[in-house]
Design a protein around this ligand. Structure first.
Ligand code: C2E
Ligand code: MG
Ligand code: MG
Length: 756
């Protein structure tokens, strides 16, 4: 069989004038194919009829059969429904449909299911028989098949987009019956069989899952209950009935009766809709005492969750029998409610207590949330090991406990994040003062096992105070304040104010812009010249990223780079810029320009394990010269030097790139990190360059920096050179290179070269 000979009769006046397509392989503008497979909702009670596409020439050996009538089609459908309706195995069904089509006089048959793999519908071959050519490849679309097909392809498009779509391709024998009849019948049967099969599978899966859960609950020795507010019935399972001495034939109790069995002091969690768990969805384990049928008391450990958190509805619970006098009872409860490393409360307990505190809070007796985060704790784990990290966390927890006021809840959320929740706060200022006190206490050096010297670990805190708000909202506010404290340089306290919300909003907006730019090719690179100070010859150019915003135009990094750092999107931004840098480098190379190119890499990017690999691969595959690359890293990167960052820097060097320090002199007084990694160049920050010519002190500092860099064998570039006087002074001081508006602003690549 070939897919090109025209040996099938023309149907529906088809050929090149066949029904139009919408580009997805779907055929439009034709009558509805069948009861379950229809293209359009047609108000007239039209006979169900398949779509026929792309027959290209009349058959020579047989007279064209008459168009099937409505009655014929209906009869065929009914026949198919009878014949195939109880079939549930799709593979067997496909074979039977093919049988039927062959019996009707088609020598070759393909049963195809177009599936939406990409934008187009591609084909799955369900069954193929007697075809003289290989079946179409899966990447063929229905549209392509019908274009190239010599014979009829019947494409059944269901009205319901989730229903399976089916195509039948038939290579007719001498006495071919109308393919539409068979296809319509096959389509109807196919849909019915698939639906039955899927329902059967889903039911079996559900029954299996139920059995598994019930088995697990039994194995764990747990009892279970559920309360439905619609009926107010508490359904107890066999195990719980057994524990409580409730006969299997006794009716399920209502909530009030169930509560009566529970000890009055332990009834808190059984308040139904008001149950904190019912609103938050946090399963907080709680011990409770309950009276059994014979009047004795049992202690159970319970936990409950709403089936649909946040909405009043069915609540489900599990209970574990804690035998009376069992010494492990207290231990179990403690374990369930606390953080295992520090013994502080865990998140679940905090959530419940916070909701409870907020329920009774007022303007003069509000709830304060202090979110605490240790500064650079990751570095402690990375450099000193996890054991020391754990010991530090335990000591910090101890100090926090000493500082926590009575009635407060102190919890560890995980890692180095702690929370203090204080109810009954009269003024926001008192909460801030308390946070200052805590941060001060934590700053005191600690002695850690195995460390010869006391260790100083600072912390940052965010404070939020509220009364008419949810726990979530208070958490979000404290989190924004913590972000501000970290952003302002760590080791400090920040209290939430409404400007922070606007700030957070701006960051969300910036994040959205970066994501969109990455998705829609909205990033650009501009180039700023770097000159050799001896002769002011252009020797390099720095790639600086820009964001092309559809509304605001070209945005500078200050409006989006920080957010990209915070969200980790900087990895994608830097990777994109690097690609652009390599492309440009190659272009300049082939134009005979021997420029070096400088690019900025964030510490976050270097820490990403895939970056180094991608870099090596990109350099290799673009054929760019690695030795023309100058990678600019910040002091922060070298201070927080982790193993993965070191590996990335090593990879940069191994492709021939030079690694240097950007913005040198901003912020850090210790220069010890200069020895941590071999650096090839250093860029003196413009804040040192700007006062040159007006301040003798500034000149002395720059001279010292140049000397220091040269002593380390580094090439020195001065940033932000705007005046001739600055350039002259820098040259006299022995500075090697300069970059700044005096020599050129950042421009597109083409303009950089022409401005030369
Ligand atoms: P940078 O790497 O220190 O880049 C130099 C910045 O100083 C550029 O700002 C440049 O336009 C500006 N500048 C240069 N000469 C002068 C001058 O004479 N006077 C003044 N006032 N400014 C001058 P830009 O392009 O806004 O970039 C700001 C920062 O954004 C960069 O500082 C760099 O830290 C970051 N950045 C830029 N592109 C990227 C990137 O692709 N990845 C990463 N991670 N950061 C980038
Ligand atoms: Mg730079
Ligand atoms: Mg810089």
């Amino acid at each position: 069989m070939t897919l090109s000979s025209g040996n099938v009769e023309q149907r529906h006046g088809g050929g090149q004038d066949g029904p139009p397509e919408d580009g997805s392989g779907r055929v439009t503008g034709s009558p509805a194919p069948s009861a379950c497979c229809t293209t359009h909702a047609d108000p007239r009670p039209a006979p169900p009829r398949p779509l026929v596409v792309a027959p290209d020439a009349p058959r020579e050996d047989a007279a064209a059969p008459a168009e099937p009538t409505a009655a014929e089609l209906t009869a065929a459908l009914l026949r198919a429904q009878r014949r195939f309706a109880d079939r549930t195995d799709p593979a067997a069904l496909a074979e039977e449909v093919v049988d039927e089509v062959q019996r009707a006089g088609y020598s070759g048959v393909l049963l195809l299911a177009p599936v939406a793999r990409s934008r187009h519908h591609e084909l799955d071959v369900l069954a193929a028989r007697g075809c003289t050519a290989p079946p179409p490849s899966p990447s063929t679309t229905v549209a392509e098949l019908t274009r190239s097909a010599p014979s009829a392809v019947v494409d059944l498009v269901p009205a319901d987009p989730t229903a399976p779509r089916l195509a039948v391709w038939g290579e007719p024998g001498p006495a071919g019956a109308p393919l539409e009849l068979l296809a319509a019948a096959a389509g109807t049967a196919w849909c019915a069989a698939r639906a039955t099969r899927q329902a059967q599978l889903a039911t079996a899966e559900l029954a299996g899952a139920r059995q598994l859960i019930a088995g697990a609950v039994r194995l764990a020795g747990l009892g279970s209950w559920s309360w439905d507010p619609a009926t107010d019935r508490v359904t107890l399972d066999d195990r719980l009935r057994d524990l409580l001495g409730v006969a299997p034939t006794d009716p399920d109790p209502d909530l009030a009766t169930w509560r009566e069995r529970v000890h009055p002091d332990d009834r808190g969690p059984f308040t139904g809709v008001d149950d904190p768990a019912a609103r938050t969805g946090s399963p907080v384990p709680y011990p409770f005492r309950v009276r059994t049928a014979d009047g004795t008391e049992r202690t159970l450990l319970g936990t409950s969750v709403p089936l649909r958190p946040g909405r009043p509805g069915v609540v489900q619970g599990l209970v574990l029998d804690l035998a009376p006098g069992d010494r492990s009872t207290g231990e179990l409860v403690r374990l369930a409610q606390s953080d295992s490393l520090t013994g502080l409360a865990n998140r679940s307990v905090l959530d419940v207590r916070l909701e409870e505190a907020l329920r009774t809070a007022t303007a003069t007796s509000a709830v304060a949330l202090v979110l605490l985060d240790l500064d650079r704790f990751k570095l402690v784990n990375d450099t000193l090991g996890h054991q020391i990290g754990d010991a530090l966390l335990r000591q910090i927890a101890g100090r926090l406990q000493q500082a926590a006021p009575a009635g407060s809840t102190l919890a560890r959320l995980g890692g180095d994040e702690f929370v203090l929740m204080v109810p009954g706060v009269d003024r926001a200022e008192s909460a801030t003062a308390m946070a200052h006190n805590i941060v001060r206490r934590l700053r005191v050096p600690v002695l850690l096992p195995g460390l010869p010297e006391p260790f100083v670990c600072t912390s940052s805190a965010g404070v939020a105070v509220g009364h008419e708000c949810s726990g979530d909202e208070l958490f979000r506010n404290a989190d924004m304040a913590l972000y501000r404290a970290k952003d302002a340089g760590r080791d400090r306290v920040a209290a939430f104010d409404s400007a922070m919300r606007e700030d957070a909003e701006a960051r969300r907006e910036a994040e959205h812009k970066v994501r969109r730019a990455l998705r829609t090719d909205g990033l650009r690179v501009v180039w700023q010249p770097i000159v050799d100070l001896r002769d002011e010859r252009l020797v390099a150019a720095e790639a600086l990223v820009r964001l092309e915003d559809p509304v605001e135009g070209l945005l500078e990094p200050k409006s989006f780079v920080d957010t990209a750092e915070d969200t980790g999107l900087i990895v994608d931004v830097d990777t994109w810029v690097l690609g652009e840098v390599l492309r440009q480098l190659r272009e300049w190379r082939s134009a005979g320009e021997g420029l070096q190119v400088s690019f900025n890499v964030s510490g976050k990017t270097l820490e990403h394990p895939a970056f180094a690999h991608r870099l090596a691969h990109s350099v290799e595959s673009t054929g760019a010269s690695g030795s023309s690359l100058l990678a600019e890293v910040t002091e922060r990167t070298l201070i927080d030097l982790s193993t993965s960052t070191r590996a990335s820097l090593g990879e940069l060097r191994s492709v021939g790139a030079r690694v240097g320090l950007d913005d040198f002199g901003t912020g850090y007084s210790s220069l010890s990190y200069l020895d941590r990694f071999p650096l090839s160049f250093l860029k003196i920050d413009m804040s040192f360059v700007r006062p040159l010519g007006t301040s003798e002190r500034a000149a002395a500092v720059v001279r010292a920096l140049i000397g220091l860099a040269h002593a380390h064998g580094m090439v020195v570039t001065a940033e932000g050179v705007e005046t001739r006087e600055q350039a002259t002074l820098l040259r006299e001081m022995g500075c090697d290179r300069a970059q700044g508006w005096l020599f050129g602003r950042p421009v597109e690549a083409g303009r950089l070269i022409t401005a030369r």
